[in-house]
Design a protein around this ligand. Structure first.
Ligand code: GLN
Length: 212
């Protein structure tokens, strides 16, 4: 079971460290062919327009095929890439998660900040850097985390997106929630961290819903 981090630009190395702290085997993805080796992928922050340029048409098509079939987590620019609709300005999205997202939505004055939001019902430190805002949440998209009134981490099926940078905080719960979506990790999840985690909470919620 291998987890990839797209390593074209941006803060991919911080994601690698977080995943390794959780015991995952990480592959830095620099070429589209490497996508064949991995079971899940993180698309890091950076500049989404630059990602599109670096990917090119072929890279975009291969990445799209991957994100539509395997667990993927996009943070900040990565969340922008995964969205169905991108504005300010409009640009192509991979369409893996049914959200509308507005780039650089906080303006220059609060360009970057560390704020406290909520992951489920628990407080979570969130680092925002020229962050986008999720302006539309489609049906079937679950909100995992909020900051004030805004959804800041969402999930649909095998796709997760966050507008903040969990890789820049010590808290591992968001990465753990992502790893728990990769099937083989699910089986050995208990070995990662003993305490109750978001993935456990979500699992319980899911079971509860199934009962209802
Ligand atoms: N502002 C960047 C973009 O539009 C995202 C910033 C980030 O990833 N930290 O793509």
């Amino acid at each position: 079971m291998k987890t990839g981090v797209l390593a074209l630009q941006g803060d991919f190395d911080a994601h690698r460290r977080r995943l390794e702290e959780l015991g995952a085997e990480v592959v830095l993805i620099k070429k589209p062919e490497q996508l064949e080796e991995i079971d899940g992928l993180i698309i890091p922050g950076g500049e989404s327009g630059t990602f599109l340029k670096l990917l090119g048409e072929d890279g975009f098509a291969k990445l799209k095929q991957f994100v539509l079939s395997k667990p993927t987590f996009g943070t900040c620019a990565g969340a922008i890439l995964l969205a169905t609709e991108v504005e300010n300005p409009a640009q192509a999205g991979l369409g893996a998660i049914d959200i509308g997202i507005r780039r650089n939505a906080y303006g220059r004055q609060i360009d970057s900040s560390i704020r406290e939001g909520k992951l489920g019902n628990s407080p979570l430190e969130m680092v925002f850097i020229r962050a986008p805002k999720i302006v539309r949440v489609g049906e079937g998209v679950e909100v995992l985390a909020t900051e004030g009134a805004d959804p800041v981490a969402v999930r649909q099926g095998r796709t997760m997106a966050a507008t903040f940078h969990p890789e820049l905080s010590e808290d591992l719960r968001v990465h753990q929630a992502f790893l728990s979506m990769i099937p083989d990790v699910e089986k050995t999840r208990g070995t990662f961290i003993g305490k109750s985690s978001l993935s456990d909470e979500l699992e319980q919620e899911r079971r509860q819903k199934d009962k209802e």
